[in-house]
Design a protein around this ligand. Structure first.
Ligand SMILES: [Mg+2]
Length: 367
């Protein structure tokens, strides 16, 4: 790929509103933008989506920064990379750090697609010119105002973070506030074995799915719940790799899977999981994080695959940011987001002026 350097941009941006889940609250987002540069001066962008503290996954912005600088970039320097899918083999000697690995691989995918003069969506086999999208409402937000507001904006699916012990009341409240939007809730691993029967009793609510009620890595309780209800159980935090997805499918722990490129270590692994789910009859959708337009652009390409039949977490830029780092910003049109087929790479230009305004620190590694 004729890489000449990789530049890291450590940023900090304010969220439009604080975002609260059972795991914690985020008001200001810190992260790392990765810029891979080739000998023609071309640049590809990826994003490290670990949080400032390890409340969601063990990785943090600090650990990502160190792992990139001191481990993965030196490993890349000593290797020949013809294609972005070469990267997982290079970095697999070091355990974990999926979000960090995914950030580096993301920058290579964008750059590679640009070198091929092809959109990332078409490069990976996407077929959709527009994708229906969903929105996530956090615990700290006012459902009474937001549910009708998002439905009016055209979102096809709403994901709520219900209060533990008040699931039925919260979901019924959302149903009263909406007319035609699919509803699901995300447990973020807040439940335990004692909650099994209560969760199973929600089967009559007609939810699109229940996402990750039990802890990451707990395939047993998810299987027990899936056995007790028709509502699909969806796994999120439990799936950190192809092998996790394989186990979940073999055990019958879920009927659907939220694939996050960042959580599984990159697009190469995400595509493998997507193919496994397709072959196994497990439905898939593209999950999102509190992330900038760079990750969002990667997700839009991923969500353009024919297997992505459920609206993902790909909301408009304005949902989270006063100003995003891409041009144009992601906008909804009739509840859909357009896939930028005609533009090489991720299909959005990076707003360098905005990036430099929010960047706290940079680091350039010559290759
Ligand atoms: Mg989730």
């Amino acid at each position: 790929m004729n890489l000449t350097s990789v530049k890291l941009h450590r940023y900090k941006m304010d969220l439009v509103t604080p975002f609260t889940t059972h795991a914690g609250t985020v008001e200001q987002r810190e992260g790392i933008l990765v810029e891979a540069i080739d000998s023609n001066g071309g640049a590809g962008w990826g994003e490290g989506v670990a949080f400032s503290t390890p409340f969601y996954t063990p990785e943090t912005v600090d650990t990502s920064w160190i792992m990139m600088k001191d481990h993965f970039l030196p490993m890349i320097k000593g290797s020949v990379i013809h294609h972005p899918s070469d990267l997982p083999k290079i970095v697999e000697k070091e355990q974990g750090h999926q979000m960090t690995k995914a950030a580096l691989e993301g920058a290579l995918w964008d750059l590679y697609a640009k070198q091929q003069n092809q959109s990332l969506a078409s490069l990976i086999g996407g077929v959709k010119s527009a994708i229906p999208v969903g929105v996530v409402v956090s615990l700290s937000e006012n459902l009474h105002d937001l549910v009708p507001f998002y439905e009016k904006q055209g979102y096809k699916r709403i994901k709520v973070k219900v209060r533990k012990g008040y699931e039925r009341a919260d979901i019924e409240a959302v149903k009263r506030l909406s007319s035609d939007i699919s509803i699901m809730f995300d447990g973020n691993g807040a439940y335990d074995e004692e909650d099994l029967e209560n969760l199973a009793s929600l089967d009559d609510l007609g939810l699109l799915m229940i996402e990750q009620p039990f802890k990451a890595g707990d395939f047993y309780l998810h299987r027990e719940l899936q056995r007790r209800m028709d509502t699909p159980i969806c796994l999120d935090e439990s799936i950190g790799s192809y092998h996790d997805a394989y186990q979940a499918i073999q055990l019958g722990s879920c009927k659907t899977m939220n694939i996050k490129i960042s959580r599984v270590g990159g697009l190469t692994e995400a595509l493998r999981i997507n193919d496994l789910c397709e072959a196994s009859g497990v439905s898939v959708w593209c999950g999102g994080m509190l992330e900038t337009g760079i990750s969002r652009a990667h997700n839009i390409a991923f969500a353009s695959l024919p297997t992505m039949t459920i609206p993902g977490d790909i909301s408009a830029s304005k949902r989270y940011w006063h100003e995003d780092v891409i041009i144009p910003e992601v906008e909804l049109q009739g509840g859909q987001v357009e896939v930028p087929w005609h533009i090489a790479g991720i299909g959005f230009e990076v707003n360098r002026e905005r990036v430099s305004r929010v960047t706290q620190e940079t680091f350039t590694y010559p290759l």
